[in-house]
Design a protein around this ligand. Structure first.
Ligand SMILES: Cc1cc2nc3c(=O)[nH]c(=O)nc-3n(C[C@H](O)[C@H](O)[C@H](O)COP(=O)(O)OP(=O)(O)OC[C@H]3O[C@@H](n4cnc5c(N)ncnc54)[C@H](O)[C@@H]3O)c2cc1C
Length: 314
């Protein structure tokens, strides 16, 4: 979800303008320490002193990206009021791989229109997707990887499977072509540049940063002339491009997660008003609640929709 201008500042400006229009007083740099309750009803909050209020919306965000202010305070405050907080986990988070050196060489390389399959060693497929991903110094990131983490974190015994090198990430670098079509394409390319060496032959097929890695994985002598490359060797290149394989090792820490999965259990919240079923006048909105979604603006939508419902409710 992006503004037409592509500038996040414009979203901020729109929210500030609305606050001004409505005469809302904003207390900057004020940490809320707790919510005060009397006879099961909210009476205000403790910040720099007591602020009286007959309704409080707790919207302190998740536990990830501390630098943005979401330190997880709200979970503590909600627990103090008797609410249940489900297990907090990193979601929409980059993934580390065992092949660190390979990823370091590919760091910064962004791949568009690739297909990924994440599967157990047994062949059992856990996740498939198509789109954009990125290599980093520790492994992989980018939209389709982040989305995959939301599924992986809920997969049975995932931490153990990752530790045991049992989870494979296969990247199809040429999903639009079948193996046969890719073989024909490589054959055609090689015929056009018969006398070139193998190391200089893949420019048309792959991004520059990937060529060295593919050449090294292919085990074909980089100095070999392309007209000497055998059928088996070409088949090997096809296999590599259709199944560029990495072994996932772990999730990056929660502080690097775009969102926090888990939070205040929805069982204790009225879905129409976002009001607590335990304390009247107390509402929840946004990531603090035990709801999370894929990338694509859905998490902001959750924050906006629950915030709207909480704000409108009497
Ligand atoms: C790098 C990054 C990229 C993202 N990209 C997307 C995206 O493309 N699409 C999408 O849908 N979602 C995205 N998200 C997730 C989305 O930003 C969050 O889900 C959403 O902002 C949650 O809104 P919120 O209001 O619940 O919490 P937040 O936006 O985290 O706001 C919580 C606020 O509460 C304040 N606060 C916390 N504790 C206290 C306290 N004790 N006292 C006073 N104030 C306190 C914090 O300072 C913060 O300002 C992204 C997140 C990150 C980190």
């Amino acid at each position: 979800m992006f503004p037409v201008s592509d500038k996040s500042q414009d979203v901020l400006n729109a929210l500030r303008a609305e606050l001004k229009e409505l005469g809302v007083k904003v207390e900057y740099n004020t940490k809320v320490k707790g919510v005060e309750v009397k006879e099961n009803r909210v009476i205000g909050v403790n910040a720099n002193g007591f602020i009286k209020a007959d309704k409080v919306i707790l919207a302190t965000g998740g536990k990830s990206y501390n630098a943005t202010g979401s330190t997880g305070d709200g979970y503590r405050i909600a627990k103090e009021l008797g609410h249940t907080v489900t297990e907090l986990k990193a979601s929409l988070v980059p993934l580390e791989v065992f092949e660190i050196n390979m990823c370091k060489n590919l760091q910064g390389l962004s791949l568009k229109n690739v297909a990924i399959t994440i599967a157990e060693n047994t062949g059992k497929v856990i996740y498939t997707d198509f789109g954009e991903m990125l290599f980093t110094h520790f492994g992989v990131s980018g939209p389709i990887i982040l989305s995959s983490s939301a599924i992986l974190l809920r997969y049975k015994n995932i931490d153990e499977l990752l530790k045991n090198k049992s989870i494979n990430l296969s990247i199809d670098l040429k999903p639009a072509l079948t193996e046969e079509q890719l073989y024909a394409r490589i054959t055609r390319d090689f015929e056009e540049i018969k006398n070139k060496r193998f190391k200089n032959s893949l420019d048309k097929l792959l991004p520059q940063k990937l060529i060295e890695t593919i050449i090294s994985l292919s085990k074909i002598n980089p100095e070999k002339q392309v007209n000497e490359i055998t059928k088996e060797e070409k088949n090997g290149i096809v296999k590599l491009l259709k199944n560029f394989s990495l072994t996932l090792s772990c999730f990056r820490p929660i502080d690097e997660a775009i969102i926090t999965a888990g939070g205040i259990t929805i069982k204790e919240i009225n879905p129409k008003t976002m009001e607590s079923k335990l304390v009247s006048g107390l509402c929840f909105a946004g990531e603090i609640i035990d709801v999370d979604a894929y990338t694509g603006g859905f998490n902001l939508q959750i924050a906006y929709s629950t915030g709207f419902a909480a704000g409108k409710s009497e």
